[in-house]
Design a binder for this molecule. Structure first.
Ligand code: DGI
Ligand code: FE
Ligand code: FE
Ligand code: FE
Length: 187
């Protein structure tokens, strides 16, 4: 499927504001790829698809995770964690994306993972700081992103973890491992 058709397919999965977010993540991913020496085409493709399943009924997302042996522990944590794994699955099965780097960047854009690839970091950070995002620490994240993907991502995960703590929610262990690993990387 060409890029234009893919974009049209993504657009109809989500409300207008989420599509605008996707456009922001596409633009920001390419900027970050240029800044840090990543692959701009892969960054663009992963960004286009990253939130494909975000507005699917949660039971459909859960079904994809159950029926396709995706990590079952996800189902014990916040539903927000499901769309990224479901999205990577659909990117491969429905859109024929075979590039594992692109699939991983989609798959781990919410939780992060240990030893994130350059592409994982670019898409995850773009998701935090695209121009439409507005939360208390976003300007700090954008400043840090001028110099360090890792430092900006740590600030991003800090804000997510603080948000989850404030809400009394459970935290997916991989998010904690991701943050620990990023801190190790900047030492
Ligand atoms: O899909 P987006 O809204 O663009 O962003 P995302 O895919 O990064 O999802 C972020 C949401 O996921 C955010 O509201 C926090 C929520 N969330 C729930 N539990 C966890 C979590 N995020 C992480 N990283 N780790 C969790 O355990
Ligand atoms: Fe997402
Ligand atoms: Fe994110
Ligand atoms: Fe997103």
């Amino acid at each position: 499927m060409n890029r234009e058709k893919l974009i049209a397919a993504v657009k109809e999965q989500m409300p207008e504001r989420r599509w605008l977010h996707t456009l922001g993540v596409m633009e920001t991913s390419v900027i970050l790829a240029k800044r840090f020496g990543g692959d701009t085409e892969k960054a663009d493709l992963a960004a286009i698809l990253h939130d494909y399943c975000k507005y699917w009924p949660v039971q459909e997302q859960a079904k994809i995770i159950r029926d396709n042996a995706l990590p079952q522990d996800l189902l014990q944590f916040d539903k927000e964690l499901w769309h990224s794994h479901a999205g990577a699955f659909i990117a491969k099965s429905q859109f024929g994306i075979v590039d594992e780097e692109v699939l991983d960047a989609i798959r781990y854009h919410t939780s992060g993972r240990e030893a994130m690839t350059l592409l994982d970091k670019i898409v995850c950070l773009a998701d935090y700081m695209e121009p439409g995002r507005d939360f208390p620490s976003v300007d700090r994240i954008r400043e840090l992103a001028e110099i360090s993907l890792e430092q900006a991502l740590i600030a991003g995960f800090d804000s997510t973890i603080a948000f989850l703590l404030a809400k009394g929610k459970r935290i997916y262990p991989l998010t904690i491992l991701t943050r620990n690993d990023l801190i190790q990387q900047i030492k």
